[in-house]
Design a protein around this ligand. Structure first.
Ligand SMILES: C[S@@+](CC[C@H](N)C(=O)[O-])C[C@H]1O[C@@H](n2cnc3c(N)ncnc32)[C@H](O)[C@@H]1O
Length: 307
């Protein structure tokens, strides 16, 4: 088996790199197609890819964010042009800092996205647009991707001294991983998984987490909102797939609604699912330590291996 780490291209809210040690304990040893319906920055896909576990297998990566899918497609199809454009943006940032960030965001990125968006919401990303998304992601506040009611990306500049913007090697690794003809990128809803998954397939679901409190729900930036109706619909899809003989792995918060959907739920148990509470964020600074230990749910019909 190959073992070459490929780091995700983007910083993404809810990125799962920290949870990988827990998730790896559930990876199945045999499976057919790998399907990841909430792709985001793809921490689990790149982890599986790096270990060689996906070699020779079909892979379907789904996300409902048209910028994300457009960006990955451009990186896959035209990586050198993306890398050149990113170098130029990194130079501009070194000279112009925040001013450059806002200039790119408001006079180039948003107008270009508007011009290239079709009636279905898909955005035909050019290499320049992809480079701008990577640049804004690396230099913007907390790597957030947030749009306003009119669909304009409106994240303010971040406060980084020397942001790490251009990384040709990483762009090439990501492009190579996505260029495998067996890998398909799909712009769409997680429900797509229900339509395509067959017995023996392995699916990892990492939806926007259910908020732990009302305040968290109110300040959530997720747009369009992934609310209780969507969490319930996802539970129905996951149960149906488990019953179909698919190998499912789900992560979510330990909010009461998630406990009720999967942990204290007879239908979920009958479908063969178990819910594990696993430690989430490591306390890396005093602020995080003050928040106390946070658990997350890992919900699955797969056996857990010893660490
Ligand atoms: C928690 S993030 C996934 C993070 C990912 N596992 C990672 O490591 O970066 C959730 C993702 O689901 C996507 N999403 C939100 N609603 C969706 C839906 N209804 N169907 C498919 N994807 C959706 C968001 O665009 C976001 O990228």
């Amino acid at each position: 088996m190959r073992s070459s780490q490929v780091k995700p291209l983007l910083k993404w809210v809810g990125g799962k790199r920290q949870l990988l040690p827990e998730l790896r304990r559930f990876y199945p040893t045999t499976f057919n197609t790998y399907i990841e319906p909430f792709f985001g920055s793809g921490a689990v896909f790149f982890d599986l890819h790096g270990s060689g576990a996906l070699d020779g297998r079909q892979v379907v990566l789904v996300d409902s964010n048209p910028d994300l899918i457009g960006c990955y497609q451009a990186v896959r199809d035209n990586v050198d042009a993306v890398a050149d454009a990113l170098d130029a943006l990194a130079d501009g940032h070194q000279r112009g800092g925040h001013e450059h960030y806002y200039l790119v965001r408001d006079t180039r990125f948003n107008p270009e996205r508007d011009a290239r968006r079709d009636a279905t919401g898909r955005i035909a990303y050019t290499p320049e647009l992809a480079a701008m998304l990577v640049y804004l992601n690396r230099t913007g506040f907390n790597g957030l991707f947030r749009v306003n009611a009119r669909g304009a990306f409106n994240v303010p500049a971040g406060r980084y001294e020397r942001p790490h913007i251009a990384d040709r090697a990483r762009l090439h690794d990501v492009s190579a991983a996505l260029s495998d003809p067996r890998v398909t990128l799909v712009l769409g809803s997680f429900v797509h998984a229900h339509a395509i998954a067959r017995p023996g397939d392995f699916l990892y679901f990492d939806p926007p987490y259910a908020p732990l409190s009302r305040t968290a729900a109110f300040t959530s930036y997720t747009a369009p909102r992934f609310g209780s109706a969507e969490q319930a619909e996802l539970q129905r899809v996951v149960l149906a797939l488990a019953t179909r003989g698919c190998q499912v792995l789900v992560s979510n918060s330990t909010a009461d609604e998630i406990r009720d959907l999967y942990d204290q739920n007879d239908t979920a148990r009958r479908a063969g699912l178990r819910a594990f509470r696993v430690p989430a964020r490591r306390a890396i600074n005093s602020k995080a330590a003050r928040r106390g230990p946070v658990d997350e749910y890992v919900i699955t019909n797969l056996p857990r291996h010893e660490p």
